[in-house]
Write a protein of this length. Structure first.
Ligand SMILES: NC(=O)c1ccc[n+]([C@@H]2O[C@H](COP(=O)([O-])OP(=O)(O)OC[C@H]3O[C@@H](n4cnc5c(N)ncnc54)[C@H](OP(=O)(O)O)[C@@H]3O)[C@@H](O)[C@H]2O)c1
Length: 255
């Protein structure tokens, strides 16, 4: 985030899955700028190394941890290590995919595409929440799940993705009930954001224009415009918000 520090996370540790690129990277750097120590998690090491260096450049502590959120044993080990060494005060379940094999009409969706989307977007978030539960409950912690407008409304030809993101909105509500009053759980529902995930959409002039025209603010968001609301939900400014889903979608779901 540019400009003045709007939130204060001094003395807290934030863990951001999918923190190496796109929205997760912007969230990780936003937390670092707001004073938190930050551990970004993803599978590919080179992109993570770059984010870890950028976090340290901002004066925050970080560490290099690769993690595939679909490996639930590795998830538990990873969160245990971070909790022991740095503590865990905030977790952002941001890792997500929407591969070609999961797009299109039902007939075109392969079993593998369906499983991959559910395994990363929903089961991965579930595993991270479970692995972080005791640390978050002990630290007045906050979990922020990154869903999508596809968690609030249907999106044609994206059935596994929409099912996974509706599941994440539901998981947010049920965890919020169980974890209150010790810890808060909220959800973010971004609209279209210019990242690797949507590269095929914004690289195609016709597709990009049709999405822009459907979006009242008439453009894709930058990742930093989603990072601010994620920090808000994790911050003390949102201390009475739990079980909530905040749409940050340029007005997409206002129609
Ligand atoms: N971009 C949009 O328009 C948009 C809109 C609404 C919601 N969202 C949601 O926002 C989140 C971030 O999206 P993005 O656009 O920033 O995507 P992105 O640029 O493709 O980045 C995805 C991140 O997730 C990581 N990741 C993927 N699979 C993983 C796995 N199995 N284990 C651990 N990390 C994994 C990736 O790193 P590795 O590949 O190295 O693991 C990367 O860091 C997703 O949940 C997405 O559904 C995006």
């Amino acid at each position: 985030m540019d400009g003045d520090v709007a939130f204060d996370f001094e003395g807290r540790t934030a863990v951001v899955t999918g923190g190496s690129r796109g929205i997760g990277r912007a969230i990780a750097l936003g937390f670092a700028e707001a004073g938190a120590d930050v551990v970004p998690l993803a599978r590919s090491e080179p992109a993570l190394e770059d984010v870890v260096a950028a976090i340290r450049d901002r004066g925050a502590e970080s560490r290099l941890e690769t993690l595939d959120v679909t490996d639930s044993e590795a998830v538990t080990d990873c969160f245990d290590r971070i909790a022991d060494d740095l503590g865990v005060d905030v977790v952002v379940n941001n890792a997500g995919v929407n591969p070609e094999a999961a797009l299109g009409d039902l007939e075109g969706v392969t079993d593998e595409g369906l499983r991959q989307v559910l395994a990363v977007n929903l089961e991965g978030a579930f595993a991270c929440a479970r692995a972080a539960e005791s640390a978050l409950l002990a630290s007045d912690g906050v979990l922020v799940n990154v869903a999508s407008v596809g968690g609030l409304v249907g999106l044609p030809r994206q059935h596994p993705y929409v099912a996974s993101k509706h599941g994440l909105v539901g998981l947010t509500k049920s965890l919020a009930l169980d974890w209150a009053p010790e810890a808060r759980v909220n959800c973010l529902a971004p609209g279209y954001v210019a990242t690797d995930l949507t590269e095929d959409l914004h690289a195609d002039d016709d597709l990009r224009r049709s999405i822009e025209e459907r979006t009242p603010l008439d453009r894709f968001a930058d990742p930093e415009e989603v990072a601010g609301p994620a920090l808000f939900l994790a911050s003390d400014l949102a201390s009475y918000a739990t079980g909530a889903t905040l749409a940050v979608d340029g007005g997409w779901t206002a129609r």
